[in-house]
Write a protein that binds this ligand. Structure first.
Ligand code: AMP
Length: 363
């Protein structure tokens, strides 16, 4: 995240700004908590910039004011974690005003929190003359919005991860745009069950089965290809090193017996998904195909990551876990774009306005 913010920081320094940086780290409970101090980030940023980065031990108050006031052009101060104050998340106007201080310009480059109206993302914009987006947010919007207005086709969306309920709005929004969907991960079992297949002890959201059916029939009406795993890798034990096997294809009467849990897509699914990825001109990928954190269950996610990396399509990876997977397999350089914001990237794909972006000055 520090690296991703460097282009904007360098740009502002070279323009002669007196730069006051604020950010958050972890989930402190609205009060100081030393384990979430940003002090080490000031040191690291100083190394990366090759200049001293001053540090204020509180993001508002006297120390911050004094350190801000004595900055020369091109100098930088990093403020302590904004989440050490309850006013950050509650978007308290007094907190936001104190944070803005006498700043002339606010630059928001925090894409990962742009979907939240917090003091440092939205509140602060009411207390400065102008607010702009940084280069990172600009790039995120370019890939997650602009480039998908008129995508190269076929436009393929790959979704995985745990819950259908987390991804429903994305599916609904992208059904209007995409040509092909691939659904893997635990969420696939709700769809497979909706189609009448046995899924054993796999994770299923029973109350979403009706919705899964609706999505499948909507996709069929629109002529959108909706691919579910042809087979699954299953286990009796959810632990590293557990024995696994691949089921018969669902279409050939396969399914998952009671006592077994689907933890990854099967080999036939890997082949089918990879073939589809090869045909695509635009790929958006959000969510792993299985429990890739454990090597016994990682094959599907790894092979899908490799197929996306090898494709000639515009490839956009969003969402915390698929980004972790891409990094795990060292394929980051081979993707067109990797989003730095899980929740924010999903909301953009859902077609929502991000409060942190909507609040910027419309010049
Ligand atoms: P999400 O946060 O919804 O993107 O889900 C990511 C998590 O889903 C990862 O931690 C995966 O381990 C998990 N996951 C993916 N496939 C499965 C599966 N078949 N069964 C259980 N967990 C899964």
């Amino acid at each position: 995240r520090i690296q991703a913010a460097l282009p904007s920081i360098r740009h502002l320094i070279s323009g002669g700004a007196r730069l006051v940086l604020c950010s958050h780290l972890g989930r402190p409970k609205g009060e100081p908590d030393p384990q979430f101090s940003l002090r080490p980030a000031a040191v690291r940023l100083g190394e990366l910039l090759g200049q001293e980065v001053f540090f204020a031990g509180d993001c508002v108050g006297e120390d911050a004011q004094v350190k801000r006031g004595t900055l020369d052009s091109g100098q930088v101060v990093l403020l302590e974690n904004t989440r050490f104050h309850v006013g950050e998340k509650s978007n308290d106007p007094e907190f936001a005003e104190a944070l803005a201080g006498t700043a002339a310009l606010f630059v928001n480059d925090a894409f990962g929190t742009a979907h939240r109206a917090h003091g440092s993302t939205e509140g602060v914009t009411h207390h400065v003359e102008n607010s702009a987006m940084g280069l990172l947010i600009e790039r995120e919007l370019d890939f997650l919005c602009e480039k998908l207005v008129d995508p190269g086709r076929p436009f393929l969306v790959i979704l995985g991860g745990k819950k259908v309920s987390d991804k429903i709005e994305v599916i609904t929004a992208l059904l209007e745009k995409a040509d092909v969907f691939i659904v893997g991960g635990a969420m696939a079992y709700t769809f497979l069950k909706a189609q009448g297949f046995e899924v054993g002890d796999s994770l299923v959201e029973e109350e979403k089965i009706g919705l899964a059916r609706e999505i499948l029939s909507k996709a069929a009406d629109k002529g959108v290809k909706f691919l579910l795993p042809a087979d699954s890798r299953v286990t009796k034990e959810f632990r590293e090193g557990a024995d696994t096997k691949v089921t018969e294809a669902y279409s050939a009467g396969g399914g998952i017996a009671d006592g077994w849990e689907g933890i990854d897509i099967g080999d036939r699914a890997i082949e089918e998904f990879s073939a589809e990825i090869r045909k695509a001109r635009t790929v958006v990928w959000n969510g792993p195909m299985g429990v890739f954190e454990m090597s016994s269950f990682e094959k599907g996610t790894r092979e899908v990551a490799r197929a996306v990396a090898a494709s000639n399509a515009l490839t956009i990876v969003g969402g915390g876990d698929s980004v972790t997977a891409v990094k795990k397999y060292d394929l980051g350089d081979r993707m067109s774009f990797i989003s730095t914001g899980g929740g924010a990237s999903l909301e953009l794909l859902e077609g929502k306005k991000l409060p942190g972006v909507a609040a910027l000055t419309d010049l």
